[in-house]
Write a protein that binds this ligand. Structure first.
Ligand code: HMH
Length: 219
């Protein structure tokens, strides 16, 4: 059997927080079809702003990969991440107009600002590649796991939300998250104890921010 990686061990260790982030009442409401569409629209507008702030963060991880990684393929994984974000921004614009959400007039809520501030702090040159990749993996994983859950058999996700769930819940996005996890699991055993501690702390911070983000949307 394959040995358990550091990231899988962390997810086991922090199961409660992980479940709070990936099985949030907002996600459960999408899955059971009871979702309040105003909540969905609020999420859409706020997530658009988040994704715009996410682009420079992912770029910073790509830069770190180019300079600090000894595996060529990391660059390609991170480049595909940026390509997906390019697509995502176009999708948000299309989706917003479908729902009558005016993106230009949306102000970020406090929770969103806090999360974007965290992204900004994670972009600094002093943040090691290992720590940055752990953050990116965690951020993507929460969306992948949450939205894939809304597509599982027996879910009653409203058809007009299926495309949203597909965006992060599709197989390809799942593969991409696994590629990120592999990079993290390759880096972590070779990192210093201090770096590993920082990476684990970053995972927890991401899970907390994600729960808050769902709370903001749901509330
Ligand atoms: C808040 N977390 C949030 N928004 C996203 N779009 C993702 C994660 C995944 O890209």
């Amino acid at each position: 059997a394959e040995e358990e990686g550091t990231t899988a061990m962390w997810l086991r260790k922090h199961r409660l927080m992980y479940t709070a982030a990936t099985r949030h009442p907002f996600i459960l409401s999408i899955r059971d079809g009871s979702v309040d569409l105003n909540s969905f629209k609020r999420w859409l507008g706020q997530d658009y702003l988040f994704v715009r702030a996410f682009v420079p963060f992912v770029s910073s991880v790509l830069l770190k990969a180019c300079w600090e990684s000894d595996d060529n393929s990391d660059m390609e994984v991170l480049l595909s991440s940026l390509a997906a974000l390019n697509d995502e921004i176009a999708w948000f614009k299309k989706e917003a107009s479908k729902w009558g959400v005016v993106l230009a007039s949306i102000a970020p809520q406090r929770v969103n600002k806090d999360y974007c501030r965290f992204l900004k702090s994670s972009m600094e040159p002093g943040i090691e590649y290992t720590v940055a990749i752990a953050a990116l993996w965690a951020i993507e994983l929460v969306y992948q796991q949450s939205f894939a859950y809304c597509l599982e058999e027996g879910s009653r996700t409203p058809p007009e939300l299926a495309e949203t769930c597909q965006r992060w819940g599709n197989e390809g996005f799942g593969q991409y998250c696994q590629s990120l996890q592999k990079i993290a699991d390759r880096q972590l055993p070779r990192a210093t104890n201090e770096e590993r501690k920082k990476a684990e702390a970053v995972l927890l911070r991401v899970l907390e921010h994600e729960v808050e983000f769902w709370n903001m949307s749901h509330g």
